[in-house]
Design a protein around this ligand. Sequence first.
Ligand SMILES: Nc1ncnc2c1ncn2[C@@H]1O[C@H](COP(=O)(O)OP(=O)(O)OP(=O)(O)O)[C@@H](O)[C@H]1O
Length: 300
Amino acid sequence: MRILEAKNLTKIIAGKTIVNNINIEINSGRLVALLGVNGAGKSTTIKMLTGINSPTSGDVEIDGIKPINKSFSHKIGVVFQNSILDADLTVKNNLWTRAKMYKNIDKNYVNSLIEELGLQGILNQKYKTLSGGQRRKVDIVRALVHKPKVLFLDEPSTGLDIQTRSKIWQFINNLKIKYQLTILLTTHYLEETEQSDYVYVISNGKILAADNVSNLKAKYAENTLKVRFKDNSKGIQFLNENAIAYRLVHNKYLLSIPDDVSAIRIISAMQSNVFDFEYQHGTMNDVFLNLTGSRLDEND
Ligand SMILES: Nc1ncnc2c1ncn2[C@@H]1O[C@H](COP(=O)(O)OP(=O)(O)OP(=O)(O)O)[C@@H](O)[C@H]1O
């Protein structure tokens, strides 16, 4: 079931087109990543999808409701890049102050979120005394107290160390599964997109591609087989006879291979002449490089 639909969203600020006619469609229960470098337009897109800023043109609907509708805010939870919690309040007070803003809060559900994210031990600690990872978890619980249908996370793991990042990611995945939550997050981390159900690649305010990770890799990244031959002339003869394209990189023959089965077939056929080989699947970095002309891992 379609839970989020954004049509022809454009944002122009001071004559500059920040987001350029993008379309986003998300089915219920999916974890979707908006992938792009800093300045690509991710935050601006999230602000339009959550009704914080209105688009210059285009439409947003979540669960059939538009941002101008009063009940729209009940449908969404948002975690911003910079937390909006009160630094001097305890975790408990921050969470329950937020919860009291809504009618019919399910206290058991809020308590189970607190438990699932392991916040029991820090409930009486002031928000400003928490570590980066703990803060992010509290931000996430705060965004979920009213049982929204869609959770928006703007760069949820930026600035966290790699272990904390992977823990936050684990919580996000658990939330998705346990509450059938739909999650849209922005990121410039490749490992996060690898775990998403669907990825929108954004650059200069435009969506350049949208698909699941395996389809993106199949379309925009090549699997490579690097081979060193015992006898180069024999090797080249084999490649030419079998119409296998190659290029020579640092004494290795680099072949572009459609899939694992073809790699095994080629290596088996050339066996006696293979000195050594290395097979590599295409990565999301290759996808990004192919689509945008720049590498994502250079952006950190
Ligand atoms: N209010 C504004 N006025 C002028 N320019 C803006 C405004 N908001 C955003 N921009 C510009 O629009 C571009 C996209 O910004 P945006 O914050 O959406 O990117 P982003 O992909 O979220 O990157 P980051 O993760 O660094 O925030 C940037 O070049 C930014 O400087």
